[in-house]
Design a binder for this molecule. Structure first.
Ligand SMILES: [Zn+2]
Length: 250
């Protein structure tokens, strides 16, 4: 099976991941780490032999210190009954999708919807959309020439995030949180089916990831996690993204 992860660039992380995979009864076949020096996280692809329940393995790997996100687990031969184009198609969250979104920005809604639709039946879809948003958010900032260090998370939100988000989201800082009063992700009338299918909510997953990716790309800030605690999709007046720093990472 192929296991795709996003891991922190900290010594020991890869060893811990490999140990966890082995302890799951899987035989390690090979791995590839695509390290990007300017980023805090790197994508890691592991090929392993054996069988494991996707959800169990995902849960286990997510608990490994240094694992930022489980991007996908693909059982080899699982889609051999499906058509070949699907089998040879791009993996979710591939570098292609990230690059496409970064170069299309801010005209990204349709691309995001297409990508999300492809993931519709995947149980990790929300996590994958967050991971995709994170990669896009980081890349958007890293490619900018004037990425200055910021003293606080609030400064970073005010001076860096809000201007970048402006074409897709009207955002403001509120007590260290990011408040979004209007965005392309929740602008349209939500119908009941969207709520049932979770379509609207998961597009805020992309924005959640994007905010996290951007904050973590700003130099000199503690590492942060971002969680959407209120959402317009649920009838709240604004989407509120809480920024949590994780001092225990160091
Ligand atoms: Zn929302």
């Amino acid at each position: 099976m192929k296991i795709s992860l996003l891991i922190e660039n900290e010594p020991g992380t890869m060893a811990r991941v490999m140990t966890a995979v082995s302890r799951f009864g899987l035989q390690l076949g090979g791995h590839r780490l695509d390290r990007v020096d300017s980023e805090n996280h790197s994508p890691l692809l592991i090929v392993a032999n054996g069988t494991a329940t996707k959800m169990d393995l995902t849960t286990r790997l997510r608990d490994v210190r240094g694992v930022v996100e489980v991007l996908g687990i693909e059982a080899e031969g699982a889609d051999s009954k499906g058509n070949d184009t699907k089998k040879s198609g791009p993996t979710p969250n591939s570098v292609d999708v990230v690059d496409q979104l970064v170069s299309a920005y801010p005209k990204v809604l349709r691309l995001i919807e297409q990508h999300e639709h492809a993931l519709r039946k995947n149980e990790n879809r929300n996590q994958q959309m967050r991971a995709l948003g994170e990669a896009v958010g980081k890349k958007l900032l890293v490619r900018g020439a004037d990425l200055k260090p910021q003293a606080t998370i609030s400064d970073a939100i005010q001076k860096v995030l809000i201007p970048v988000l402006k074409p897709i989201a009207r955002a403001r800082v509120d007590g260290g949180n990011v408040c979004v009063d209007l965005s392309v992700f929740t602008r349209r009338q939500v119908n009941t089916m969207d709520l049932v299918l979770g379509g609207e909510a998961s597009r805020c997953d992309f924005l959640t990831g994007m905010i996290r990716g951007m904050i973590n790309a700003v130099p000199n800030l503690p590492r942060a996690r971002v969680k959407e605690i209120r959402c317009r999709t649920n009838g709240d007046p604004s989407c509120v993204f809480r920024v949590e720093t994780r001092a225990n990472v160091y």
